[in-house]
Design a protein around this ligand. Structure first.
Ligand code: ASP
Ligand code: MG
Length: 403
């Protein structure tokens, strides 16, 4: 019999009615003669509430106790699901991480799952039972509870699918899949049927929030195909996986855009080895994430201009750090806090020439000025003025036939 791992997110188990609904989904898989393992997040809002309480008690709350505290939401939702399944006549029980056990390593609040002992779960599946397992938590070698980072239940589902050798792993959430671009921003956005891990990773890190990038990374490393579906409406979702062949002749899979970027230009910096390092060292020490970087050579070649982007929130701090930096000298510092990065993503661009040209041409046709460009193997990003983002997404969506 095929094993399927079904993971439900916080909103999918957010109320008693929602739990009744997802138990019907679980039941539909049982009726298809599958062995079903369920992973659940905490009911939506619960983890946040627990975190809030810890902060009210201490602004330096002990990390091990934090994990013992915030992992409790999952115990509640799993027991509720199992209880309901029992009510419907199914054999089911909840399993907390330590009962499985789910073994983790690394620090409290951001541990990683390194092993799941599946022997007892398999036995229970053979008896026709439905194990309902807590996401987000594990235990360490001291037998203390750990958690694996916010939204970690996705990672639990993927790792469990790996260790139990599941045939399928379905992530039920409140959106019905991954879209070519943000559907709230652009009406003609389409649901993507299949997407490669690498494309998904780029989409996720560029702001498409369907799945946590680290969980996609886990899925990629372990070669687990993931289906993302809505638990609210019954529609086909998006399949995230690795594929030998291209799915279609689509070159670009998706377009993403960021908000809240800021651009900094340092004009007239001495052009000698080590200068860029001196500029970025204090930023990295202060955990300021630098994204795009370009350096222009000035005509006399003794000075250069350096431009880079950061998040808007970090602008004040960055300005201060550069002003205080005695290791560098420059003529002028300039800022632009209304910029956005627009990216086109697709593995198809590796083998298709002319994509860069088409992107720039499309933007030029709408008189959109490009401030900074950066590329990777499967992505081209441009920095533009924020007021042009909508227009840029629309023209690119059309140019690459995603409409
Ligand atoms: N309940 C945890 C959180 O809210 C884990 C999860 O939802 O996946 O972050
Ligand atoms: Mg959640």
């Amino acid at each position: 019999m095929k094993i399927v791992v079904l993971k439900f997110g916080g909103t999918s188990v957010g109320s008693v009615d929602r739990i009744k609904k997802i138990c019907r989904i679980i039941s539909s898989f049982k009726k298809k003669k599958k062995q079903v393992v369920v992973i659940s997040s905490a009911m939506s809002g619960v983890t946040n509430d627990l975190i809030k309480k810890s902060k009210l008690l201490s602004n330096n709350f002990n990390n091990a106790e934090y994990d013992a505290l915030v992992s409790t939401g999952e115990q509640v939702s799993c027991a509720l699901i199992s209880g309901r399944l029992n009510h419907l006549g199914y054999k089911s029980r909840s399993w907390q991480s330590w009962q499985v056990p789910i073994l983790t390593e690394g620090p409290y609040t951001k541990a990683r799952i390194n092993k799941i002992i599946v022997k007892n779960l398999l036995k229970y599946l053979k008896l026709g039972g439905i194990p309902v397992v807590t996401g987000f938590q594990g235990i360490n070698d001291k037998l203390r509870i750990t958690t694996i980072g916010r939204s970690g239940s996705d990672a639990t589902a993927i790792m469990l699918a790996k260790f139990i050798k599941a045939d399928e792993c379905i992530i039920f959430t409140d959106v019905d899949g991954v879209y070519t671009t943000d559907p709230r921003q652009y009406k003609k956005a389409k649901k993507i049927k299949k997407i490669f891990y690498d494309e998904m990773l780029e989409m996720a890190s560029l702001g498409s929030k369907v799945m946590q990038p680290t969980s996609v990374q886990d899925a990629k490393l372990n070669n687990i195909d993931i289906k993302v579906k809505s638990s609210f409406v019954s529609k086909s979702g998006t399949l995230i996986g690795s594929y030998k062949k291209s799915f279609s002749n689509q070159i670009i899979t998706g377009i993403s855009s960021t908000k809240n970027d800021a651009k900094i230009t340092i004009i007239g910096v001495k052009d000698r080895p080590g200068v860029a390092a001196s500029i970025f060292k204090p930023l990295s020490k202060n955990l300021i994430n630098v994204d795009m970087v370009v350096q222009n050579i000035s005509s006399d070649t003794r000075e250069t201009d350096l431009t880079f982007t950061i998040k808007n929130d970090d602008l004040k701090k960055t300005e201060k750090l550069i002003n205080q930096n005695k290791k560098i000298s420059y003529k002028k510092l300039s800022f632009d806090k209304d910029v956005s990065k627009v990216s086109i993503i697709g593995v198809g661009m590796i083998t298709t020439p002319g994509i860069t040209y088409r992107m720039f041409q499309a933007l030029a046709s709408k008189k959109i000025n490009i401030l900074v460009i950066s590329t990777s193997e499967i992505k081209i990003s441009v920095l533009i003025s924020s007021k042009h983002v909508k227009k840029a997404v629309a023209v690119l969506h059309k140019e690459f036939k995603l409409d």
